[in-house]
Design a protein around this ligand. Structure first.
Ligand code: PLP
Length: 471
């Protein structure tokens, strides 16, 4: 592709994205294809001869769009949002255009230093402890996902608790134990599996039946019992906004418990953490000053195109102690000087993209005021949904609304609840997801798209009411 052709096709690609967004309102939110439908539209092998890029763009509409669930659709309310935004997309494109590898400071100093500064900005904007800033012993890094961040936290915790033995000889037969509530995200168990501890090393602590938050006394009792039995507690995971219902564990109370044993405290605020840009939505992070590590995903609710998971640690030495490795081919004067951060020591992989550009673009073009407006609108729309639920006798709330997440069900029962949700999803009008709470089915409606309006919420609610009348 010549430079001139690149310019022309670049404009066409941006036009395609703008047209795609404009068309979303009329498209079914959930993909309507059956398994194999997309594959069948593709040739079995790559072609021998070159084609112009227009052919790829053309096939997006023919092959890809029908097989997409439209996460940027204004009536996408399933799971948690993976919201994007024009600024983030342009930032991501620029990152691809620059094509720099930021594995160590020396391979592109700007990749590291912009990331450090942007994460310091975000830490300040979220009211996170000063200890997490890059000018002290801690610091932040952009990971691909919260799952990787939690895995990385566990590796650092093992390094600290084993006095460095884990990196030398592995976890061996040491009976490490990891704690989280039964509502902790599955990435905690996966982290234990990947770290070689095994699923059974994770203790699922009971939760309060109403709030779904961790029972702190049960946590204390589990740790005491394990210590007495000769087991080795290594990390406690706190959910500051659980996936199922948005439950907010009491970080300060859990911190009191872990302090006695010097166990690593990891706060998983993957979805709800970014809400703290609004001072009035910070209560769920009370006690975070005691955390050893903290993760939140701007790629969920802060308008930053996937992937962008921001992870901070209080003491970066635990991370780099666990993960640093310096082969000859990466040796350089800057690293030897000790004056720079080499992010390859902060996560499992070596190579890394310039993800900070998109977050930088989001922070600058929205400004903190614009980001607060976005979060507040999600919370307000969720309250509106809760009012709609309260006004219709056929429905009931399952838990209190948590920020922009509403969990409710049909009083008629689980079958009816799931059938009504499926009817709405199948219609393509909106997309919702489900969970179980206390053994009973519930519908989750998570607001958060940058394109959702009150009219979209009302239209979704009417679709649910129609479905409820039919099940
Ligand atoms: N933690 C919580 C509380 C989540 O809700 C999620 C995903 O929804 C995750 C972790 C995993 O996020 P990621 O997809 O970034 O790994």
């Amino acid at each position: 592709m010549s430079p001139e052709e690149f310019r022309r096709q670049g404009h066409a690609a941006i036009d395609w994205i703008a047209d795609y967004w404009a068309s979303l309102d009329d498209l079914p939110v959930r993909a309507q294809v059956q398994p194999g439908d997309v594959r069948r539209l593709l040739p079995a092998s790559a072609q021998e001869d070159a084609e112009p890029f227009d052919a790829v763009l053309g096939d997006l509409d023919r092959v890809v769009v029908p097989g997409l669930t439209h996460w940027q659709h204004p009536r996408f309310f399933a799971y948690f949002p993976a919201n994007s935004s024009p600024a983030a997309i342009l930032g991501d494109l620029l990152s691809s255009g620059v094509g720099a590898q930021g594995m160590i400071w020396a391979t592109s100093p700007a990749v590291t230093e912009v990331e450090q500064v942007v994460l310091d900005w975000l830490a300040e904007a979220l009211g996170l402890p000063e200890a997490f800033r890059s000018d002290g012993p801690g610091g932040g890094v952009i990971q691909d996902t919260a799952s990787t961040a939690t895995f990385t936290a566990l590796l650092a915790a093992l390094h600290r608790a084993s006095g460095g033995a884990a990196r030398l000889s592995g976890v061996g037969d040491v009976p490490w134990r990891v704690y989280g509530s039964t509502q902790a995200h599955s990435s905690l168990v996966k982290a234990a599996m990947m770290a070689g501890l095994g699923e059974d090393a994770v203790r699922g602590i009971a939760t309060d039946p109403v709030t779904q938050t961790v029972d702190v006394e049960a946590l204390r009792a589990a740790i005491v019992a394990d210590v007495e039995a000769g087991l080795r507690p290594v990390m406690v995971h706190v959910a500051a906004g659980s996936t199922s219902t948005g439950a907010m564990d009491d970080i300060a109370a859990v911190a009191e418990v872990v302090r006695e044993w010097g166990v690593w405290l990891h706060v998983d605020a993957a979805w709800a953490g970014v809400a703290a840009v609004c001072p009035e939505h910070r209560d769920h992070l009370a006690g975070v000053e005691a955390a050893d590590s903290f993760v939140t995903n701007p790629h969920k609710w802060l308008l930053t195109t996937f992937d962008c998971s921001t992870f901070w640690v209080r003491d970066r030495a635990a991370l780099t102690g666990a993960l640093s490795i310096l082969p000859e081919y990466l040796r350089n004067a800057a690293t030897e000087s000790g004056e720079v951060v080499d992010y390859r020591d902060w996560h499992p992989q070596l190579g890394r993209r310039f993800r900070a550009i998109k977050l930088w673009a989001v922070l600058r073009t929205y400004g903190l005021s614009g980001l607060r407006e976005h979060i507040r609108s999600g919370v307000e729309l969720a309250r509106h949904v809760a009012d709609l639920v309260a006004d219709d006798d056929r429905f009931e709330m399952v838990t209190e609304p948590a920020l922009s997440l509403v969990v409710f069900r049909l009083r008629a029962g689980d079958g009816q609840t799931l059938a009504a949700m499926e009817a709405v999803n199948a219609s393509g009008e909106a997309y919702l997801s489900h969970t179980t709470v206390g053994g009973r089915a519930a519908i989750r409606l998570a607001v958060g798209s940058w394109r959702t309006t009150r009219a979209d919420v009302d239209r979704t609610w009417r679709a649910l009411q129609r479905a409820a009348a039919q099940v």
